[in-house]
Design a protein around this ligand. Sequence first.
Ligand code: ATP
Ligand code: ATP
Ligand code: MG
Ligand code: MG
Ligand code: MG
Ligand code: MG
Length: 257
Amino acid sequence: MAKSKYEYVKKFEQNDQCLMNCWIVIRIDGRNFHRFSDGHGFEKPNDQRALQLMNKCAETVMKEFTDIVIAYGQSDEYSLVFKRSTTQFSRRASKLVTNVVTLFSSSYVFYWNQFFPTQELLYPPMFDGRVVLYPSEKNLRDYMSWRQADCHINNLYNTCFWCLVKQSGLTAEEAEERLNGTVSSDKNELLFSVFNMNYNNLPQIYRKGSVLVWERVCDINDKVQEENARKPKRQIVVHHTDIVGDTFWSEHPEILD
Ligand code: ATP
Ligand code: ATP
Ligand code: MG
Ligand code: MG
Ligand code: MG
Ligand code: MG
């Protein structure tokens, strides 16, 4: 197409290409989900349906952008990691983050009814998104550890908080006051001695969050698979496992390739 005299305005665009060799992490987080979860009757502290819906959205994004090698989610947030060699959208940060966050948001609405069949979606939810680059294996693993530690800290606090409110009848302010200054062992002890609850027996999805990775699967019941045995299918698998220690990473070496 012939260029118009207006074409020069394109030169005002910022070059936001992500530095090569770095893992590109996109973290999205629900806007004001404190209010959203209240308004839509989420069970407290952990609504299974909401967590499964978040996982479905992350899976949808991973299937569209197959250079995402791992995604980690908890609460209203998800971190999606593009492999360090990706050339998706020429590594342009704004393209990457906007495509990921809009597909995630539209999936949240698109699949809402599947997970909340009896709860009407009352208004359009929003998610923010940011891009962070990690140049070393250590930095990337520390990032993932940071998010999983955050999941644990929040979940332990929220579990105590909602026990105090729901079972002991404290107000939100009283429960907050009661937990003020307590350390992790105090909270475990409170759950154990007052609420007869062993924190470590709570479902892993609440304590560890969700880890989505691509894995090769060979389903021997699948005829087509048998014929294609030489090229096993890649499939997204959900784990609720520790990603701080070395075990997970040595079992999934391709993430750090
Ligand atoms: P911001 O816009 O700053 O992110 P926010 O209200 O979303 O504000 P967050 O720190 O992101 O604040 O916390 C998300 C909140 O959403 C949690 O505190 C919790 O109240 C609620 N929430 C998210 N997921 C769930 C869930 N699966 N079950 C119950 N509540 C949830
Ligand atoms: P990219 O992902 O690069 O943006 P694209 O297919 O979206 O690829 P665009 O240059 O954005 O390419 O063009 C959008 C295309 O969408 C148009 O070429 C046209 O085919 C289609 N389209 C958009 N709006 C309409 C509309 N209102 N009626 C008919 N076709 C439309
Ligand atoms: Mg926040
Ligand atoms: Mg939020
Ligand atoms: Mg959050
Ligand atoms: Mg277009």
